[in-house]
Design a protein around this ligand. Structure first.
Ligand code: PEP
Ligand code: MN
Length: 377
């Protein structure tokens, strides 16, 4: 059970003190206080754990300082959306806002290769009003002989270039806990010119020790990708690991599921699950059309499958798009065949805007019908 207190409640005030005293005397119940720092206010939530089944919600709601009570299902206790639970996880990180109401595009290099490519990429992004990017330094590769990423050695100059071009957040995969420390150190050494969103890749979705480590740090928000060969429930539980260790700034990423080799896309696009994640949890939802589709095929109108998949996710309410671009895809060291070119960036962004506008109009339509499913007479 979660007690949601009056916004900006004073912890030294009488209501809070009385409430904590009361909760402290309840047998078999432990109370954990958590502050959610929003843009306008601090929302204090008290998580009651233990024997909560017998608690009466109305009685708990009448305790001093309590505004609302949410009864939590067992699953996804922290990140889940529980009955009558309208709360959303929203956070600002380095000047960028993330929530189920926002949309941020992270276009960039699958893997950092040369300084020139990184700079060309960042310059193009800024020219088109973008402040976020993706830049892989640690690459989990199928073959041990494939390029594994430049690792820690590229971090200082990548961060400096980001600072120079006004890039505020870089999504960057980590595959080992040491990588988190290396990123922290490089940011520190360069004077924190940018921010980093740690990425847990699909191959590490159930690397529980990595999840615990990344969950314990509070400096960086985390993008966790759905595991490509496990159930959705297993992937959502993996996300909950991060939150249960203390980090609630978690974004859940769809990136396609493993299918047969002969299938037309690298992975089976699962963006039909965007609304499912938004219903089950309060996490912002990311889509990665590049690793889902995995090629540059287009339809007879000349629209790339990657753009179609992006639009499908965005029109369904996605909150983040992670997408591979490269100034010279034929020279990319990782995933060149699925990278879009810098020339295609404005068109891609315009396509995203069209899909987002359509989503907003659809949301408005749903509100007009009272948010209930509309059944034709
Ligand atoms: C990536 O985004 O670079 C990546 C490797 O993605 P995934 O973990 O989804 O394969
Ligand atoms: Mn890739």
């Amino acid at each position: 059970m979660i007690l949601i207190l009056r916004p900006n409640i004073d912890k030294t005030g009488i209501d809070f003190q009385e409430l904590m005293e009361f909760l402290g005397k309840m047998p078999g119940i432990q109370a954990r206080v958590h502050d959610e720092h929003g843009a306008q206010q601090v929302l204090t939530e008290i998580y009651l754990v233990g024997d909560t089944a017998s608690l009466n919600s109305d009685e708990m709601a009448s305790l001093p300082g309590v505004e609302r009570v949410v009864r939590v299902q067992d699953e996804y206790r922290i990140l889940g959306r529980h009955q009558d639970d309208q709360r959303s996880i929203s956070f600002d990180y380095n000047g960028v806002r993330f929530s189920q109401d926002d949309l941020n595009v992270f276009a960039g290099l699958c893997a950092v290769d040369t300084r020139r490519h990184v700079e060309q990429m960042m310059r193009a992004l800024v020219e088109h009003g973008q402040t976020c990017t993706r830049m892989g330094a640690y690459k989990p590769r199928t073959s041990p002989y494939a390029f594994q990423g430049h690792g820690a050695s590229c971090l200082p100059w990548v961060f400096e270039l980001a600072g120079k071009h006004g890039i505020r957040v870089i999504a960057m995969e980590v595959t080992h806990e040491n990588h988190v420390r290396e990123i922290q150190e490089a940011l520190e050494a360069t004077g924190r010119p940018t921010g980093v969103m740690l990425q847990i890749g699909t191959r590490n979705t159930q690397n529980f020790e990595l999840l615990k480590h990344v969950g314990r740090q509070q400096q960086f928000p985390v993008l966790i990708k759905r595991g490509f060969g496990i159930t959705l429930e297993e992937s959502l539980n993996a996300a909950e690991y991060l939150a249960s260790e203390g980090n609630r700034r978690v974004i859940f990423g769809l990136r396609g599921m493993k299918s047969n080799l002969g299938d037309p896309h690298r992975n089976f696009v699962d963006f039909g699950h965007v609304p499912v994640i938004r219903r089950l949890t309060r996490m912002p939802v990311c889509i990665d059309p590049s690793h889902s589709v995995g090629n540059r095929e287009a339809d007879s109108d000349g629209i790339l499958d990657i753009c179609h998949a992006t639009a499908q996710g965005v029109i369904a309410g996605a909150n983040m798009v992670l997408v591979d671009f490269h100034p010279e895809p034929s020279k990319a060291l990782v995933d060149g065949p699925q990278a879009l070119t810098l020339k295609e960036l404005p068109r891609f962004l315009e396509d995203v805007r069209i899909a987002r506008e359509a989503y907003e109009r659809r949301r408005e339509l749903a509100r007009r019908y009272g948010g209930k499913a509309h059944v034709a007479a």
